[in-house]
Design a protein around this ligand. Sequence first.
Ligand code: PMP
Length: 369
Amino acid sequence: MIYLDNNATTKVLPEVRDEMIKYLTENYGNPSSKYYKLASDSKNAVEYAREKVSELFGCDTDEVIFTSGASESNNFIIKGIADIQEKNKRHIITSKIEHASVLETMKYLEKKGFHVTYLDVTKDGTIDLKQLTDAITQETFLVSVMWVNNELGSINDIKSIADICRKKNLFLHVDATQAVGKIDVTMPNGVSFLSMSAHKIYGPKGVGVAIVKKDQFGLPNRITPLIHGGEQENNYRAGTQCVHNIVGLGKACEIVLRDFEKNQEILKNHEKFLVGILNRKLKDNIVYNSPCQDLKVPGVINFQIKGVKNVIFLKKISSQIAASSGSACSITHPSYTLKAIGLSDEEIAQSIRFSLSPYEDIKELEEIL
Ligand code: PMP
């Protein structure tokens, strides 16, 4: 079985698993307990993981909040910042191709009286900077956009978006879930919040990060806590920390930084190999939905096989290849992302996403496809 659905989730690396097991068995102390080593060992492990996250994103350790994953981080950040706005700040800008956890949160806020602009995207699946600038009003307080799109792999110009937001004194939330491990994710100046999930980077499921920058526009930035209670996670998310998951996330971030260059090279080579096979075997029947290489991350290819329904193709290869037609979170609807880049329903029904891993041997694809 060759696994080509790494944008849906990834396997836990052995190095990550080994670290996690220690904190499930021997080192089971509560990190908030005091006076004995079992507890301080757990606390140190959580804080070590926090350091690794802060190194990856280039933020301070007290800006890293551990959550259950990117969906939770997106909810927490967007609702948390909306909750503390003055009455005259009621407008948010996002895009039509954000993850469901952003779009559904926006719908919820609309019911609460906020106005949301859903920007169109270019045919490459990126935000047009002029459209973004034009959408800003006196009432706008937040821009929420993804760094890399989950279905297409397209990369938004976060540096330029951050420049626009900074100049206009707007908060900027970036969903970096699909960017980590694929591009440099050092937070540009002007990014106020960031979300990610460990299971997209060879860490465990059920843990992620919300980064909340503590100063914005020269003022302290304190959004509404997600869970009230104990003082864990800088008072933003009360409850005993899930130490083994946090340790796994920290290790996965450490590996992302350590192996970045090597993995980039492997992903690029894997993609070249796979595209070569697809072009040879499908000839004129293949159409690529993903943008060209410079505008997307390596290892994510969204394409159509003309005249072939994706469901039929994916079921046919399913004993040898695990792949998908798009986002695992919106599987019951035709992809709104592919619709937004201008594809017809028929083209969407032919579309397939292969998302590669540097840790997966794909040589046998030559025979399988
Ligand atoms: N944002 C993006 C861009 C994603 O791809 C995903 C995962 N599909 C999420 C958020 C949500 O991540 P999780 O399911 O781990 O909460």
